[in-house]
Design a protein around this ligand. Structure first.
Ligand SMILES: Cc1cc2nc3c(=O)[nH]c(=O)nc-3n(C[C@H](O)[C@H](O)[C@H](O)COP(=O)(O)OP(=O)(O)OC[C@H]3O[C@@H](n4cnc5c(N)ncnc54)[C@H](O)[C@@H]3O)c2cc1C
Length: 429
């Protein structure tokens, strides 16, 4: 192994030090223990779990849990880390990345694992103090410092990040209202019925939820925020605002290069970009999707899977990324929710099997097309979600046991033997 002095070149250069970057490091080191790896990271904290940010804000998990790799991870992996360093530019002709003051680091293989950034919508008054994003450890710390018991806070956006932020703020004693443009929370993954149940559950737990409203202005007095004003004039008083209207892939480094992008960086099945020697993985990509073509699906398990495939291919092994699909598993004020595939689908040429319990917030739905499962939603009761996900991944023909899919005792016993072996086959990557 080479010594760990500051280098101006490294065989593998990884930009971004989150789950995709870490997965790539691990995959590289399983194949190549010799050549140098340098990780360049804008943040100062090393790898941590973004999905746990809301638990961290609430105080339910500590620093050690947030860092989901041991403290000697980078040493053991013989990785040079450059924290607090931003890559400003890529120079593919010279195979170099460019940092501040034109410092250059040459690479043989480059991985862009730079993730996605929070979108700031063009709303009057949104620039300025007391407006927070909720995508980084620093964001969580800033909120924890600002929000006290009784503080009024508003959250724009009832997606996954907005709901998680609201729940944590509520736990800190804040008086929270979420404002959402769509007619339901989690509009990307919930159908109307699911949305209705989750909306009622959020409100029951003491968080205000205003649906089908667009925020027009953040009203301020001096630098302080007084309220959020919606189209139509309705006003919600608040002192702090969390903006969680979505994220978009960070494509800035691709400007002026031949790296092809659309919504994200376009990658092939090896996670290679259109430029020789440059790979991409995680939230920044548009990669193979189950429904065909390529799609940006910014979720943790896919960032990990893509990072592993990218790392292995960078180290010279041919590994294939099997198409990804949308999947989410969260708890909203104790209510478990698992969705995957086309979980929000309604009408059209899809068939839906549903179960809605009269008592309690229990709702299950499976979407079928051509006798295959293309999506599912499990709310309140999630026990058999794993089996259904397996049947969907394997594209199992469910004709012979369709009527049992949502029955309480559905299990592999219903699945014909010839199909069952597929379910225990490990999913590569
Ligand atoms: C609050 C929150 C909750 C979430 N909950 C879930 C969940 O429950 N389930 C789920 O599946 N997903 C969840 N996600 C999404 C999940 O965290 C992402 O899919 C995952 O973090 C993507 O990993 P990544 O490695 O692609 O990028 P990121 O985690 O975004 O990391 C990219 C890193 O690159 C760095 N970087 C960017 N540009 C540069 C540059 N020019 N130079 C150097 N460094 C740079 C960034 O600072 C960042 O640290 C959540 C996200 C958030 C914010």
């Amino acid at each position: 192994m080479k010594s760990m002095k500051r280098r101006n070149s490294s065989h593998y250069v990884i930009v971004g030090n989150s789950i995709a970057g870490v997965a790539a490091i691990e995959a590289i080191r399983e194949i190549d223990r010799e050549r140098t790896i340098t990780v360049i990271e804008r943040e100062l904290r090393g790898v941590y779990s973004r999905p746990l940010l809301s638990h961290y804000l609430e105080g339910r998990v500590d620093d050690a849990v947030m860092r989901f790799r041991p403290s000697d991870f980078y040493t053991r992996m013989a990785v040079e880390t450059m924290r607090g360093c931003e890559v400003r530019e890529i120079d593919p002709r010279r195979a170099q990345v460019v940092l501040a003051r034109n410092r250059r680091i040459a690479y043989k293989k480059l991985l862009l694992a730079v993730g996605a950034e929070a979108i700031t919508p063009p709303i009057a008054g949104i620039e300025g103090p007391h407006v927070h994003a909720f995508t980084s450890w620093d964001d969580a710390l800033a909120l924890r410092k600002s929000v006290k018991r009784g503080t009024r806070a508003a959250v724009i956006g009832a997606g996954l990040i907005g709901i998680k932020a609201a729940e944590a703020l509520k736990a800190l004693g804040a008086r929270v209202t979420i404002i959402e443009l769509a007619d339901r929370p989690l509009p990307a993954v919930l159908d109307r019925e699911g949305g209705r149940i989750v909306a009622a559950h959020i409100r029951k737990n003491g968080v205000g939820l205003v649906l089908s409203r667009r925020v027009k202005e953040i009203r301020r007095k001096g630098s302080a925020i007084i309220s959020v004003v919606m189209e139509g004039g309705e006003e919600i008083p608040c002192a702090h605002l969390v903006v969680a209207v979505g994220v978009r892939p960070r494509l800035g480094l691709c400007k002026g290069t031949r790296i092809r992008t659309r919504t994200g960086i376009l990658v092939d099945r090896h996670m290679a970009t259109s430029v020789e020697g440059i790979y991409a993985a995680g939230d920044v990509t548009e990669a193979a999707a189950v429904q065909g073509g390529r799609k940006n699906i910014p979720i943790w398990p896919l960032a990990y899977a893509q990072g592993r495939v990218a790392g292995a291919n960078m180290a010279g092994e041919k590994r294939i990324y099997k198409a990804g699909r949308q999947m989410n598993s969260i708890e909203i004020f104790g209510l478990p929710l698992i969705t995957f595939g086309e979980s929000a689908a309604e009408g059209g040429n899809a068939e839906a099997l549903t179960v809605r319990e009269k008592i309690g917030p229990v709702y299950k739905k499976i979407i079928l097309k051509n006798d295959r499962i293309t999506g599912a939603l499990f709310l309140g009761e999630i026990e058999r979600a794993g089996i259904i996900a397996g049947l969907m991944s394997d594209e199992t023909d469910i004709t012979s046991f369709k009527d049992e899919l949502l029955s309480e005792n559905f299990g592999y016993i219903y699945v014909p033997k010839q199909n069952r072996a597929m379910h225990i086959a490990p999913i590569e990557v």
